[in-house]
Design a protein around this ligand. Sequence first.
Ligand code: ADP
Ligand code: MG
Length: 453
Amino acid sequence: MKNIVQEKWEDILEFIKTEYGISKVSFITWISKLYVKKVEDNVVYITSDDSNINSNFTHIRTKYGMFIQTAIQEITDTEYEIKFDNENETSSASHQEVSQKVSHNQGLPLNPDYTFDNFVVSKNNQLAHATALKAAEAPGDIYNPLYIYGDSGLGKTHLMQSIGHFILENDPDKKVMYVTSDTFTNELIDSIRTGNMSPAAFREKYRNTDVLLIDDIQFIIGKDRTQEEFFYTFNALYEAKKQIVITSDKPPKDFTTLDERWKSRFGWGIIVDLTSPDYETKVAILQKKIDLKQNEGTNIDIDDEVISYMAENINSNIRTLEGALTKVIALAKIQRMPITKDLAQYALRDIVGTQMKTITPGFIIDVVAEHFHITASDILSKKKDKSIAVPRQIAMYLTSEYTDFITSRIGEAFERDHSTVIHNVDKINNLRQTDPRLDETIKVLINKINPDM
Ligand code: ADP
Ligand code: MG
């Protein structure tokens, strides 16, 4: 007898395809050919007959596991764990495949949509874009490493992969390797533990590339062994004048556990940041995404009014903006209705409702605390250590700049008297003029608070 997951598998696939904005090529390549082998004790065993898929289950799990699992839950109303058929298997067959991959595989596949052509350039990313393009035009030469940082969903991965595409288009013989921090970490762990790839082969694989794109480095920093291995790779590539591109959620100097030596090494090339898009940029990006979908064959008739509604109301980041577009299009399709503003409002009621955020002292305290890896109660406490006192002063300063609160109310919010507030705000104001590092940190924080939204 078929289990409900097997019975509804087509619906589950359809759901994954329409709900999560997974690119067409990724869906076709990785997901459409999966099927359920069996279901036992609330575990869904997924497999495929395609060898290209079978050798990439780890990748598929990392990228799409959550989607698959959530979709199963949505469609069947039951929570299942998912397991891919031969994950963790060390049969001699998969052994061979792995060692074969070592010499040919150039990391994870690049997303074909993440090209310079599809990247909308605007105030918030102009410098990063130009820098990335230059690095792509002269890999290893001018900006090495290129370090791109910014909050989630602002285009770091897109920009980084654009470099990869560009280099490959100009010189298909170049070896470009794109890898996320967790893949790097997992491969290293694998090489040590399972012996699928020897540590030497691991090193060889990463050294043997002309361009290394390493995404979200923050997940490596602080993990001793992985970090060390990454530094080894970095040095080898740097010395061989191979291009290294790094993305991160913060600038090197904000990594509290990172050696000064490495902070400066990451800055040897150039450090650029991406910030939140303004209204015009959001409109342009939405239009770009609609064009892309149209080129892929989806017929979309979407009003300017709907586009400006989304650009005005979705403010967190471009990923959310894109998700919103996908949602609106999906709803119109299901309901067989034209895409009107009413429909968009209805489709986006959850997203738009929750993010109408007003900036409050509490919000600023949370953002600052998170940024400095301390807690909100540390900020409100009487603790005097520098690691807490400085974030506290910064939080007060930001509250005075970005809320309408008068000093005495800011004092109440921080459980201090108003003269302390005035003193601290002045202090930070002055320091910003003289201490460029502090100024930079504050800019990052302002960005996180995102006052223009
Ligand atoms: P990050 O890596 O910074 O979290 P991504 O690069 O994954 O963000 O971007 C999230 C989504 O937003 C992607 O689908 C990407 O194509 C899109 N995006 C981001 N910036 C731009 C841009 N300037 N033009 C077009 N699309 C963009
Ligand atoms: Mg990313």
